[in-house]
Design a protein. Structure first.
Length: 464
DNA sequence: TCTGGGGTCCTAGGACCC
DNA sequence: TCTGGGGTCCTAGGACCC
């Protein structure tokens, strides 16, 4: 075992984050099952509140299955990602105020190197526990009551496993020397990089627990899984994990994709979706001041098989029109006659410096000829297709998305409770009010407009 | 039950160059 | 006529993570 006992790493996981933000901002949902995710026919669950988990709702579960399991009275909401990001920022700022070394893994998860903290807790009796309790108290105060679970250990792997052991709102500390006692009884799936496929292969060799894995020789693991994964498995099974906490990571790729409500065979429809994707990816390149050399088109077929086609330019571009043109060439080489359920567009080979094609004038590059017919935007309102998840799907026919923040000229701020058949129902309440009344309007009522999420950015514990 | 959307990393084979 | 070796870049696909 070679964890460095001087290292002290914390992993923090905000509990049922999306659902918790919804319950915080929508008093009528507190204590009730809440499911956040794609509401279309092909949507999946992003987060289920603990009340919804009682009925078996889980992350990544198809939404239709979550609806089948949860009782009447369950709230099914599409996400308010702006609100989640804003609250995430408050939490990450708290972490950074306590240690300069914070690695944000996702909107609701981070590693913190406590050895680098201004007041490192050390391993003394009750010390890490007290340090974390104080942290969780500040997070609770400044986010309007959100809870997090944390784990503290000598490595990232053990810290993460520890944070999962007592949820919600738990603090679990694995002290130096305890690593293998904690690790070896766990299922192999606990090891980073062991998913369903690797676990299934390991099971054929009789490996069920991490302890079983630790008994397999490195040579055998490398022979079975290749150099990188084999050596990684061998080390992690011994709690040998010196991966550092890295504060800043550079993006390697930017992509956008869309699953259709029903499979699409119409090329014109695919091209118009590709145009939207290119505009989105191009916009994100621009706002990040980045340029890309490789363009990738991704297609998921009717049978769920996935195909990618990519091409690398002799220059780096930030121009969505160039991305689109390459995307069209790539898509033209894909058979769509059996039906496409997903179309994606991505860029990679990112650099901070433009090197547009003009600078390469004179180099032969026939691919760049603008020779494709412009079919973008054609045939966009067939009605039987459209996004399956995310905001687009939730917008539905009325243009309102369930859970969305709105404001009414007379009744003030509220959120969309449901919509359909030209009507929209709003509940008028906010984080600081008691559960509020529900009223129904025409979907195009001019008195009703989209509103901003409650503002928690000041982190004062109450929206301003 | 029928499978989202955003990413990262790895492998393998082929082209190409020296 | 038979046949090198290494390095790098590119493409496609797959596993995994949140």
């Amino acid at each position: 075992m070679s964890s460095d006992p001087r290292r002290c790493v914390m992993h923090l996981d905000l509990d049922a984050f999306f659902a918790a933000v919804e319950q915080r901002d929508k008093p009528s949902l507190r204590g009730r099952p809440v499911v956040v995710g794609g509401l279309g026919g092909r949507g999946v669950v992003s987060t289920a509140s603990y009340e919804a988990r009682v009925f078996g709702a889980r992350s990544a579960m198809p939404m239709v299955e979550a609806r089948r399991r949860c009782p009447a009275g369950t709230a099914f909401l599409s996400g308010r990602f702006e609100a989640y990001r804003a609250t995430s920022r408050v939490v990450m700022d708290i972490l950074r105020s306590r240690s300069p070394l914070v690695e944000q893994v996702s909107v609701d998860e981070a590693y913190v190197d406590l050895s680098a903290a201004a007041d490192p807790p050390g391993w003394g009796e009750g010390a890490p526990e007290a340090w974390c309790a104080d942290l969780l108290g500040e997070i609770r105060e400044r986010t309007g009551g959100l809870t997090a679970s944390v784990g503290v250990a000598t490595s990232k792997m053990l810290a993460k496993l520890a944070s999962e052991m007592d949820k919600p709102a738990g603090v679990t500390v694995v002290r130096p020397g305890q690593e293998l006692d904690v690790l070896h009884p766990l299922d192999v799936r606990a090891v980073a990089g062991v998913g369903p496929a690797t676990a299934a292969r390991l099971r054929t060799f009789g490996v069920e627990t991490v302890g079983d894995l630790a008994r397999v020789s490195q040579a055998d693991l490398v022979a079975i899984f290749g150099t990188a994964q084999g050596t990684s498995l061998h080390r992690l099974a011994r709690a040998d994990d010196d991966r550092p906490v890295v504060a800043e990571r550079e993006a390697k790729s930017i992509s956008s994709e869309e699953t259709f409500a029903t499979d699409v065979t119409d090329r014109a429809a695919l091209e118009s979706e590709l145009t939207r994707l290119a505009e989105g990816v191009g916009g994100r390149l621009r706002s990040a001041s980045l340029f890309a050399r490789t363009i990738t088109v991704k297609v998921r077929h009717h049978d769920f098989s996935t195909q990618t086609r990519s091409s690398t330019l002799p220059f780096a571009t930030g121009d969505h029109a160039v991305v689109l043109r390459e995307g069209r060439h790539l898509l033209a080489g894909v058979d769509v006659s059996q039906g496409i359920r997903l179309l994606g567009l991505g860029v990679s080979g990112l650099t901070a410096h433009a090197q547009e094609e003009l600078e390469l004038e004179g180099t032969a590059y026939p691919e760049l000829a603008p020779d494709l017919p412009d079919v973008g935007g054609a045939d966009a309102e067939d009605g039987d297709r459209g996004p399956a998840g995310g905001l687009g799907a939730a917008l539905g026919e009325t243009g309102w998305s369930t859970g969305q923040d709105v404001v009414h000229e007379v009744h003030g701020p509220g959120w969309v409770w449901g919509s359909g058949r030209g009507r929209v129902t709003v509940r008028f309440e906010g984080p600081g009010t008691p559960p509020g009344p529900v009223r129904t309007f025409a979907a195009d009522d001019p008195a009703l407009t989209a509103g901003p999420p409650p503002d928690w950015s000041a982190g004062s514990g109450a929206p301003s």
